[in-house]
Design a binder for this molecule. Structure first.
Ligand SMILES: O=C(O)CCC(=O)C(=O)O
Length: 245
């Protein structure tokens, strides 16, 4: 369903750095997408079992499986759906590329939060901020490790990040300000600015928490440090219209 983005949501995106788009996809659509993603996730998890950790992925705890749309025709068709053309062109302007996409699965009975960070902290790009859509494949709740955000934190620009054993961090998990939890039902998504500081909680449930993080940017993105063009991105829209796959 093409979502209506209200003026209040656009204001929240500008001022607080995030909002939730409810029920963009059905649970059945999420089961189908989840099935496509799981094939890649389990392959990755198998490799993780052998090596223990890879980047910020840790076997059995949290795994980030990237470039899914680039590898899988069904997932590629999904990220080019008209719902995303509408959302991304409304929030970013008429010329949009898929910048990054990854599933993030948190394993059951976890013990760790994923640290507070800005997405630009991993790779600073220009123009910034870009758009992160955190799509829940299954319900993301306070119990199973939904994300939290620091409202308004995108306004201060890129913060310094420290390397921690769990990932980059720009705000302490011990700080009294632990932001606002953003529970998201399956098929709904949190839309946030790539500079909005966010984390995810511990998965204390008995099941996996499954998300698909889809990031769109204005076309022609560059690495903010080297100035080099970020090449080979899938085009989503030009002149406000879908680019046919
Ligand atoms: O989904 C999560 O647990 C954290 C994901 C995240 O923060 C990210 O992909 O930037």
């Amino acid at each position: 369903m093409i979502p209506t983005i209200t003026p209040e949501q656009i204001t929240a995106f500008r001022e607080k750095g995030y909002f939730v788009l409810e029920n963009v996809f059905t649970r059945e659509e999420m089961e189908t997408l989840g099935g496509l993603i799981e094939a890649h996730h389990w392959q990755h998890e198998q490799r993780l079992k052998e090596v223990g950790t890879e980047g910020i992925s840790r076997a059995g705890e949290i795994s980030f499986t990237a470039f899914l749309a680039e590898q899988d025709e069904g997932i590629r068709r999904f990220v080019l759906r008209p719902e995303f053309v509408h959302i991304a062109t409304t929030l970013l302007g008429p010329d949009v590329d898929l910048y990054w996409n990854q599933s993030v699965f948190k394993g059951p009975d976890g013990s760790a939060q994923f640290p507070w960070h800005q997405d630009d902290g991993y790779t600073p790009v220009t123009p910034s901020p870009y758009l992160t859509l955190w799509l829940a494949i299954n319900d993301a709740t306070p119990e199973n490790g939904c994300i939290s955000v620091l409202p308004g934190s995108h306004k201060g620009g890129l913060r310094p990040h420290q390397q921690t054993p769990l990932g980059l961090a720009c705000h302490s998990l011990d700080d009294p300000d632990q932001g606002v939890m953003v529970p998201v039902r399956a098929g709904s998504m949190a839309a946030f600015q790539s500079l909005t500081v966010h984390k995810s909680g511990v998965n204390r449930s008995q099941g996996f928490r499954k998300a698909y993080v889809i990031q769109y940017s204005q076309a022609g993105l560059r690495n903010a440090v080297t100035g080099e063009r970020i090449e080979n991105r899938i085009a989503l829209a030009r002149g406000g219209q879908a680019v046919s796959a």
